[in-house]
Design a protein around this ligand. Structure first.
Ligand code: AMP
Ligand code: MN
Ligand code: MN
Ligand code: MN
Length: 279
C-alpha cells in the first residue's frame, strides 16, 4: 500500500455519480481515504458542498474536474486537480462544454426511439441530479430499468458505445483548451483511465508526448478501469514520458462501480505520485 491512501478521481450527483457530494466525502473517510479529489464531468457544482463536509470531518480535499475532450477520433477525459473553482476562464470553458450535452442527449433519445425504446430523454433525466449534466450513465440506468440489460456495465456492451445503438458522435473541448483551462486555474492535468481509449501504441505515445509538451502533468496508472497488466503498461509509459502518476477509483456510486473509494491498487513504488505536487 502507498503510505498515503489518495483517491484523485470520483463523481457525485453534480454529474453522473449517485451520491451527493457530502456523502462521497463521508464514504471516503469511512473507507480510510487520506486525500480525496471530487472530479465531476465538466462541472464544478459539487465542490463547495464537498469541501465544507471535508473540513467538517477532517478529510484532506482537492477540488477537481474531469473535462471531456475530442482528440483524433476519440473522446478523452482530462482530470484537473487543485483547480481554483472561481477561475472565470475555467468556468466559461466548462459552461461551453456542458452546453453541447442537451442537444446530444436529444439525439441519443431519438436513436433509442428508432430501435423501439421511447421516453429515454425523460427516463434519463429522472436519474440526473444535475439536469445540465446529462451523461450516458443516466441513459444506462434508464436502460437497466427498462430491462434492456442487467446492469450498467452490460448496457455499454450493447448500447451507447461507439458502433452500438444509442451512440451519437459529439465534439467536445480540444486538448489544448482543456489544458489551458486547468493550468490557467492553477491545477495539475491528468490523463484519466488511458487504458479505455482505442488508440494504437504509436497513437498512445503521440498522445502522451503531446500532452506533456502542452503542459500536462500526470497519467492515471492505477484506476478502476485498469487490470494488473494495464497498471504495469501505463507505469512504463509514465517513466518513458516523464509524467507523474495518479491513483483513482473513478467511483460513481455503490451500485455502479467496480472499485470503491480508496480501493484502487497501489502505484508502483518508483513512480512519483501526482499528489506530491498538490499544495
Ligand atoms: P458521457 O460523458 O455522457 O459520454 O458519459 C460517459 C460516462 O458513461 C462515463 O463517465 C461513465 O460514467 C459511463 N460509462 C461509459 N462507458 C462505460 C462502461 N463501459 N461501463 C460503465 N460505465 C460507462
Ligand atoms: Mn461518468
Ligand atoms: Mn472518465
Ligand atoms: Mn470519471
Amino acid at each position: 500500500m502507498n503510505a498515503l491512501n489518495a483517491d484523485l478521481h470520483c463523481h457525485s450527483t453534480a454529474s453522473d455519480g449517485t451520491l451527493a457530494p457530502a456523502d462521497v466525502i463521508r464514504r471516503a473517510k469511512a473507507n480510510g481515504v487520506d486525500l480525496l479529489a471530487l472530479t465531476d464531468h465538466d462541472e464544478l457544482l459539487g465542490l463547495d458542498e464537498a469541501e465544507t463536509e471535508a473540513r467538517e470531518i477532517g478529510l484532506r480535499f482537492v477540488p477537481g474536474v474531469e473535462i471531456s475532450v475530442s482528440w483524433l477520433d476519440q473522446t478523452l477525459h482530462i482530470v484537473g486537480l487543485g483547480i481554483d473553482p472561481a477561475n472565470s476562464a475555467l468556468i466559461a470553458g466548462l459552461a461551453q462544454v456542458r452546453g453541447g450535452r442537451d442537444g446530444r442527449a436529444a439525439r441519443i433519445a431519438a436513436e433509442l426511439e428508432r430501435i423501439g425504446i421511447p421516453g429515454a430523454l425523460e427516463g434519463a433525466l429522472a436519474y440526473a441530479g444535475n439536469p445540465a449534466l446529462l451523461s450516458r450513465a443516466h441513459f444506462a440506468r434508464f436502460l437497466v430499468e427498462k430491462g434492456c440489460a442487467k446492469n450498467v456495465h452490460d448496457v455499454f456492451l450493447h448500447y451507447l458505445a461507439r458502433g452500438k445503438p444509442g451512440y451519437v458522435e459529439h465534439v467536445w473541448a480540444t486538448l489544448e483548451d482543456a489544458l489551458g483551462w486547468i493550468k490557467g486555474a492553477g491545477g495539475l492535468a491528468v490523463i484519466a483511465h488511458p487504458g479505455r481509449y482505442r488508440l494504437s501504441h504509436a497513437e498512445m505515445d503521440i498522445l502522451l508526448e503531446t500532452f506533456r509538451d502542452q503542459g500536462g502533468d500526470a497519467v492515471e496508472v492505477s484506476c478502476g478501469a485498469h487490470d494488473g497488466g494495464q497498471v504495469l503498461a501505463f507505469a512504463r509509459l509514465a517513466r518513458k514520458f516523464g509524467l507523474l502518476a495518479s491513483r483513482a477509483s473513478d467511483f460513481h456510486g455503490p451500485e455502479d462501480s467496480p472499485i470503491d473509494l480508496g480501493r484502487a491498487p497501489p502505484l508502483p513504488p518508483d513512480l512519483t505520485p501526482v499528489w506530491t505536487r498538490l499544495q
